[in-house]
Structure formats: C-alpha cells, structure tokens
Design a protein around this ligand. Sequence first.
Ligand SMILES: Cc1cc2nc3c(=O)[nH]c(=O)nc-3n(C[C@H](O)[C@H](O)[C@H](O)COP(=O)(O)O)c2cc1C
Length: 185
Amino acid sequence: MKIYTVLGARNPEGQTAAAAHALLEGAEERGAAVEEVYLPEAAIESCRQCDLDGWGQCRREGRCIIEDDMPKIMDKMGRADAVVFANPVYFGDLSESMKRLLDRTRRVARHSDQNPLAGIPALGICVAGGGGGGSFQCMANLEKVLTTCGFDLVDQISVRRQNQRLKLDILRTTGQYLADGTIVS
Ligand SMILES: Cc1cc2nc3c(=O)[nH]c(=O)nc-3n(C[C@H](O)[C@H](O)[C@H](O)COP(=O)(O)O)c2cc1C
C-alpha cells in the first residue's frame, strides 16, 4: 500500500505534521510505503482562468497550462493507493496552499477522459490549532472539493489542541486500518 500525504502546513514540527505523522506511523507499522509533500514549499500557482469565459485548456485537454509542481503532485496522487490531506484550519477553511492545489486539481480531474483520481481512497485531517473553531466548516469544504476531484473520501478526522492526545492515538490506529485495507472499499 502506497500512501501519499499532502500537507497544507509549512512546519514539519507543527501540529498538522504531528497529526499526519501519527497516521503514517501507524500505516508504516503495517507495511505501508509513505511519501509526503509540504505544499507551501512547492511551486503551485493559482488557476489563471486562462480563457475569457473562465474555463481554459484543462476543459479541452484535461491538463493545466501552468508548468509548475501541480501536475507532478497530481500524478503522485493518481499513483497512490490512498491519499491523506492534512490541513491546518485557517479562518475556518483550507490553507491557501491546499486551496491552490485543489482548485486546479478539480478542473483537470473533472475534464480528463480518464480521471486518474477517480475512486482513490482519500482521508482528511483538519487541525484547528488556535481556539479550535472552524474545523467542521473546513472539513465540509475539504469534502466538497475532494469529491469534485473524484476521490473516494473514506473519513475525516478533526484535531484541536484540547483533544490532540486522543486524536493522535486515533490517527495512529486509523493509519493501521488504512494500510490493512480495512477502511477502504
Ligand atoms: C491565518 C491563520 C488562520 C487561523 N485560523 C484558525 C481558525 O479559524 N481556527 C483555529 O482553531 N485555529 C486557527 N488558526 C490556527 C491554526 O489552525 C494552527 O496554527 C494550525 O493548525 C497549526 O498548524 P501547524 O502547527 O501545523 O502550523 C489559524 C492560523 C493561521 C496562521
């Protein structure tokens, strides 16, 4: 089982990374191969809405006109057995880097003859590390965009400072189940 993890946070020592790593440790214990990318470090432009009507090359050809890291990341997502989206809650929403990636991914995925993301199991983690508010709206937003991309969203886990210890245990166990194939269809 190959698990590709996309982090919308920058800090490898931060709360979002800790949540993702708890899940990945559990998965590795059960033999999964894991790889991750920190989106704020990747070159991912915003969608240019490159035709006058707001559509673009993606609608005609199923690929993006911008040559940056987004196509590589989408390719890795399409080759994974499961993709984990670990997102810090910003203003009750996805982080800017996660939005940029998924805004473009959904366009390309929706207009590919054969969407490489269709049916790939996805798991969301939303970490509200401030007051703890906004994680449910963030999860709703993540669900919307991931299902538009064609992923099979199997679960989402919210984390806040107050429940972090509990949730890290749950994430570790979730990683084990994910690697075992128990929670994917
Ligand atoms: C721009 C910004 C907006 C934030 N908005 C929220 C919020 O709506 N709710 C919340 O609980 N925390 C909020 N926070 C705190 C982040 O959720 C917290 O910094 C993040 O989960 C920690 O992730 P990290 O340690 O991986 O960087 C915000 C932080 C930033 C930088």
